[in-house]
Design a protein. Structure first.
Length: 185
């Protein structure tokens, strides 16, 4: 048994760090969300920021793009060319994706400075690309409303998760402890 544990120690450490980080960040995020009353259609602040930044980006393309609070549910209505296109809900703010990203980077530990810097840069990249993702999705839905399921359910999630996967590959191969201990070919 001891030999088995020793043999799988790197994997078990990875799994433990990942689970602990993921659960801690998820707990903190859920505690944050708990401050908002869903029954009163209160939208969390970060989702409002994402909606506002998406509105700004869309206004660069069309002056008749705007957002407004949804009165019956905790979301923000998004209008493009003056037409109600979508609602931005808590799940659109990419925080759950960010939590997953951070947990993975922490699990594949690297030098503390590199880890913190990579996490901060990665969170910024994910946030920025999420804003572009929502804006592009809104434009696409305006022009191709019949493709909503494909665009919202497949193409754009693939985009955001693809970016996160790419960041993970960079982290593991360039900055994690694993990268420094693996011989180069």
């Amino acid at each position: 048994m001891k030999n088995t544990i020793q043999q799988y120690k790197p994997f078990l450490l990875f799994l433990g760090k990942f689970a602990l980080t993921y659960l801690l960040l998820t707990f903190l995020y859920q505690s944050y969300l708990g401050q908002f009353d869903v029954k009163k259609a209160e939208t969390d602040g970060f989702t409002k920021i994402v909606a506002s930044q998406t509105e700004f980006l869309l206004q660069l393309v069309d002056n008749n793009s705007y957002t407004m609070p949804h009165l019956k549910e905790p979301s923000v209505k998004l209008f493009y060319h003056g037409k109600y296109i979508a609602r931005i809900i808590e799940g659109c703010n990419a925080v759950s994706v960010m939590i997953l990203f951070v947990a993975f980077v922490v699990a594949f530990t690297g030098k503390l400075k590199n880890t913190i810097l990579f996490i901060l840069i990665g969170l910024f990249v994910i946030h920025l690309l999420n804003i572009f993702r929502i804006a592009l999705l809104s434009i696409a839905l305006y022009h191709y409303p019949n493709l909503e399921h494909l665009l919202h359910g497949v193409v754009f999630p693939l985009f955001i998760y693809g970016v996160v996967f790419f960041l993970w590959v960079i982290w593991v191969n360039k900055y994690s402890s694993y990268a420094s201990t693996t011989p180069s070919k």
